[in-house]
Design a protein around this ligand. Sequence first.
Ligand code: ARG
Length: 495
Amino acid sequence: MTDRKTGQSGKLRESLRDESPLHAKERAWSGRFAEPVAQFVLNYTASVGFDQRLAHADIQASLAHASMLAAAGVLSAEELARIEQGLAQVLTEIEAGTFQWQVALEDVHLNVEARLTELAGDAGKRLHTARSRNDQVATDLRLYLRGEVDRLLEEIDAVQRSLVELAAAHSGTVMPGYTHLQVAQPVTFGHHLLAYVEMLERDRERLVDARGRMNRLPLGSAALAGTTFPIDRERVARDLKFEAVCQNSIDAVSDRDFAIELCAAGALLMAHLSRLAEELVLWLSPGFGFIQLPDRFTTGSSIMPQKRNPDVAELARGKTGRVIGHLVALLTLIKGQPLAYNKDNQEDKEPVFDTIDTLHATLRAFAEMVPGIRVDHEAMRRAALQGHSTATDLADYLVRRGVAFRDAHEAVARAVRRADELGCALADLPLQELQALAPQIGEGVFKVLTLEGSVAARDHVGGTAPAQVAAQVRRWQKTLEQRAALTPGPSPATA
Ligand code: ARG
């Protein structure tokens, strides 16, 4: 297709009328070509099967473009009115599912424009003045993704809220904390859960940050060099709620970094969720038995009647792979592309759309699943009592009594060995045994060696003490409440 941007509007109108690239029959056999495009080429190059979902953004952007053209005197008031009515009708048909999408029309942009022209006649053919599909698709994609980011932010909030509420109920519930998946030190379950709230918060920050760079208007860049018409890009930007206009037309039509950033933030978000997913799988397995999930989140086995499988968590873990794959696909897509627009970029859509869909579904799954978690306090306690998890507390106790940490570490290592020889826990060693290893040890040591004493002693910002967890829960509750109160309405593309 061509982008015509020459001459005064009167003259241009003639040429547009003569050379409209937009009708299905003309497209396959346009004036430039000596034979129709082969059917397989049409199928191979068409994106309408998947870029339909940009229709809403496409229409929003077209409305803003048309209104600007009318204000600039490029379109008449009557033409603008016809375009507005026509696009409203197109939207109605799309939403009603009666719109006839045509592969021969290649993509969402040409489909919408062709139907508009059927409805609005000549005015429809004038809409593409001062525009190219290159700046159009870049604009549509930014608009669409911006709306999706806003939804993702709310969905992240929902998962955070569910984690914070569970943490509130378990600020003092003791579980084993692990390093190398070996019992390391006791922690509180609330503290463990809030670790994910922190991760999700950084994921949120990355999305907000990416949104800012995405929120700039490419329209007006036309094919790559700009346009000869007296356009008002600031006006279009304001209309579409973009924060600024892209400052270089060649960059604006060719880069897809905004989509890549979204996938990168999404891949990291999925990686975080996959860690929680993996922990749910572990905690649900009988060897741990820390939690239970309502049946609606688990599935049975077709052969083993006793099984209850945590499929949702496993799939969340597995789907992380596809999102990471999409990020790599997009990076590979842009790598080495000469400026400016190349058709390669049409391949940006399926990966980024699938990323968005996967994120929505996975965030929703966690927001619903986390409140259903039932904790087996006893199982957590039993596991925390294994592996001498309060050994570090004994070492710290000795340090407080004047022993150098390295020496304390060595004394406790010997105490652990002695406990293993006697087949008992560190806390069950007789006082004399302990004193034989370190004479500084007194009666009070046994309080230090309890799980509750251990967690309560880590009483500083970032520590696992129940008092600290309760304070963090309050901080998060306040933050999330304020956020919910501030949440703006949906942005234009999803309105
Ligand atoms: N469907 C195309 C895409 O997604 C729209 C842009 C086409 N531009 C072009 N010069 N063929 O990238």
